[in-house]
Design a protein. Structure first.
Length: 319
């Protein structure tokens, strides 16, 4: 009987040992994968969730770790996926790319806070630290993101090699009437909710931003987000509190840093009309201004081939 019990015990221990070894192997696989993507010379294509002061931030890292770093900042409404056409065209062995969803947008958190410039800059600092940006970086930013980029560069000019602004917001002196309605919470919540119920209305609004193919991909996601009150609150607070207009002084301060600047603008932009480009050029006299014929607002979405050509040429000249 004793021998039988001993034999059974040894068999049990053997089984538990095997299970333990299998568990260790299983747990080590994702850890090893994460470590590999963060290696100094590793080529990466991976997303992370960063826990920060105002909730989580969705981040995507791509390219090669020890090459020139390019940080992308998107504009209002749509998240980091608006840069897909640009990042996919950049050689992965020549650049390291960092994209993230702004708070209140995309897959990042939508905390109940005041969405002025402060939390957006704090979020950018968190992304900066997480991605371990310890060398000069090129920032490519569109629309509202251009204002965030300009504020960051003015704050830390020695950390930035160059800036590319795509249809930068901030030069208009007042909100269009449709945006003035959305800055009033009592009106904005029902208006935005009703828009989320009508795909055709959102497609019409976004026709100057996205191609029909991109609308097929992104409009359903936007509709789902706008149906949630927390997301609507974040959007309304951003429209009400973030300095989206009349920030010429910020761009003037950016110009004084003497950092190389490329400005890309669509001749058919209806969100930030081309006269704004002429105004921003007065604030950025040292910038290289490129007008994209037939281009609309989100040039990275609707004119990616031309934008990619302009970006690559600008980056080659930096080298």
């Amino acid at each position: 009987m004793v021998l039988i019990l001993m034999a059974y015990s040894m068999k049990y221990i053997h089984l538990r040992t095997c299970e333990f070894i299998i568990l260790i192997i299983a747990l080590s696989i994702p850890i090893a994968a994460a470590d590999t993507t963060r290696g100094d010379s590793a080529r990466v294509d991976v997303s992370y969730t960063l826990d920060g002061a105002n909730g989580s931030t969705h981040i995507h890292l791509g390219g090669t770790q020890d090459e020139m770093t390019i940080l992308f900042i998107h504009g209002l409404l749509f998240g980091l996926r608006t840069w897909d056409n640009i990042t996919e065209a950049l050689p992965t062995d020549e650049f390291r790319t960092i994209r993230y969803d702004l708070i209140g947008q995309g897959e990042s958190s939508n905390p109940d806070i005041r969405y002025d410039a402060v939390p957006f800059l704090h979020q950018l600092d968190e992304v900066w630290d997480f991605a371990k940006i310890d060398t000069s970086v090129v920032i490519i930013a569109g629309s509202m993101g251009a204002i965030i980029a300009a504020l960051k560069v003015c704050e830390s000019p020695d950390d930035v090699l160059a800036v590319i602004l795509v249809a930068p917001a901030g030069m208009q002196h007042e909100y269009p009437w449709r945006f003035r309605l959305l800055r009033t919470p009592i009106l904005a919540h029902p208006i935005i909710y009703l828009l989320s119920l009508s795909e055709s209305s959102l497609r019409n609004i976004c026709s100057d931003i996205l191609t029909p193919e991109q609308q097929d991909k992104l409009i359903p996601e936007l509709r789902q987000r706008l149906r949630k009150r927390a997301n609507r609150r974040a959007l309304i607070s951003t429209l009400h509190n973030f300095p989206l207009y009349d920030v010429g002084d910020v761009y003037k301060q950016l110009s004084e840093t003497q950092i190389p600047i490329l400005v890309l603008w669509g001749a058919e932009d209806r969100v930030v009309p081309y006269p704004g480009a002429q105004a921003i050029y007065e604030q950025l006299p040292n910038a290289q201004l490129e007008l994209i014929k037939d281009g609309h607002h989100a040039l990275q979405c609707n004119s990616p081939e031309i934008v990619n050509e302009k970006i690559k040429k600008f980056l080659r000249n930096l080298n």
